[in-house]
Design a protein around this ligand. Structure first.
Ligand code: ZN
Length: 415
């Protein structure tokens, strides 16, 4: 089996401070050896890559990914009907490949139409396109006349687009089962409004509906993620077993305790709010002032409580609404820089969110997210040290190599 021997690596293993002068051996799709003392005797036929102090680290995970979004306006719905399904799929194929080349070797879907995530997984597995590991998401599930049911009723032409409405526990059970049949392994729910908008929607699903979604999804081996901004809804989601809280704008000490105890993941996607506050074209848009005010409040609350969530052991993950006009695909690493430079987190903390926590959410916590013997070799080679300056991860020229399962998908090592 072919081997690649990386010598002289500044090893970032996803949890610990960097370890200089490490040798890492990749054999087939896995990590075959990690020698902290650097002592490895290469065999004939090995590709030996002298890293000379460049950083070797696990591939990263973006855990709120809308593959088919491309320049989506902030009038977010009805997404999924703006282009025919074939065009959306081609966009999605381009976007996941871009994510892979940016060093995001794992993605977790956050909602889209036409079973695009599930079909991307099939196409990637068959080798039709190149892409990261992807946990495929369902359509956005919401309730009739609720927050995401914004199309006029007379538009109905049989295309669900990116959104599917359901009502009652039985209606939600059926919706979840159908989405799972079509390949979803993550169910996206809109439990409240909020996160950069002022559409009221304090409560979308009844407690019985929410419980039915979680129970049905888990019984089929799927996870549940909830767009959920307000405290009572966050607490209810955590209590009923929702796996990922998206946004959590109104978190506080009580929410944090509950999430830490239940092991709930939190994807704050705070960069979206920051972008919303500074997006010039909206400056004078009619009706935008209240939304901006709400965003400011939400962002301030996240800034206040996210450090406490991190300290309490809540599993925070990266991922945001890339593909909206606020943040184009390909700029994923900006998020790391944002949490470090604007929110004051340590680079190692944010790197752990991007590696260990993301891998755990994708259900691959034992396989990915660390550079350890036996794990899958999803690896990055970076010029510079992200534990000193995470911004190096956003520089295409500094990201010298990307490996997925031991295979180079980007190779600018020059040897
Ligand atoms: Zn989203």
């Amino acid at each position: 089996m072919s081997r690649t021997v990386f010598t002289g690596a500044n090893l970032l293993d996803g949890a610990n401070p960097p370890r200089p002068a490490t040798t890492v051996v990749v054999e087939g799709e896995r990590i075959a050896q990690v020698a902290l003392d650097g002592a490895v005797a290469p065999r004939p036929g090995d590709r030996v890559v002298a890293l000379g102090g460049r950083t070797l680290m696990p591939g990263m995970a973006s855990c709120h990914f809308h593959a088919s979004f491309d320049g989506a306006t902030l009038d977010l719905f009805p997404l999924g009907m703006d282009q025919p399904a074939g065009v959306l799929m081609l966009r999605a194929a381009r976007n996941v490949r871009r994510a892979l080349e940016c060093g995001f070797t794992t993605l977790v879907g956050a909602g889209g139409g036409d079973d695009i995530d599930a079909q991307l997984v099939m196409a990637i597995d068959q080798g039709v396109i190149q892409g990261p590991r992807l946990l495929p998401c369902s359509r956005n599930l919401g309730t009739t006349s609720g927050y995401i049911d914004l199309e006029p009723w007379w538009y109905r032409m049989g295309n669900l687009g990116a959104c599917r409405m359901a009502d009652g526990p039985d209606g939600f059970r059926q919706a979840v089962r159908e989405e799972v049949k079509r390949g979803a392994r993550m169910i996206k729910l809109f439990v409240t409004g909020g996160h950069g908008n002022v559409r009221a929607a304090t409560r979308e699903l009844t407690r019985e509906e929410l419980a039915a979604v979680v129970e049905t999804a888990h019984a089929r081996g799927a996870l549940v993620r909830a767009h959920c901004a307000w405290k009572p809804a966050i607490l209810e989601c955590v209590e009923l077993g929702v796996d990922v809280i998206d946004h959590g704008d109104e978190i506080d000490a009580e929410c944090i305790d509950a999430m830490a105890e239940a092991g709930t993941f939190l994807d704050p996607s705070a960069l979206y709010l920051e972008k919303l506050l500074t997006y010039a074209p909206l400056e004078h848009a009619p009706g935008f002032a209240p939304a901006r005010e709400a965003s400011r409040r939400e962002l301030e609350n996240l800034q206040r409580w996210l450090p406490e969530a991190e300290a309490a052991g809540v599993r925070i993950v990266l991922g945001d609404d890339y593909g909206t006009v606020l943040m184009p695909h390909g700029t994923y690493a900006e998020e790391l820089e944002y949490y470090v430079k604007k929110m004051g987190f340590a680079p190692l903390a944010v790197l752990r969110w991007a590696t260990r926590n993301g891998a755990a959410l994708a259900g691959l916590g034992h396989e990915l997210g660390a550079v350890e013997l036996g794990r899958l070799a999803d690896l990055l080679v970076v010029e510079g040290d992200p534990s000193v300056d995470v911004a190096v991860l956003g520089d295409e020229r500094r990201l010298r190599a990307v490996l997925k399962g031991g295979v180079f998908v980007k190779d600018a090592l020059g040897a």
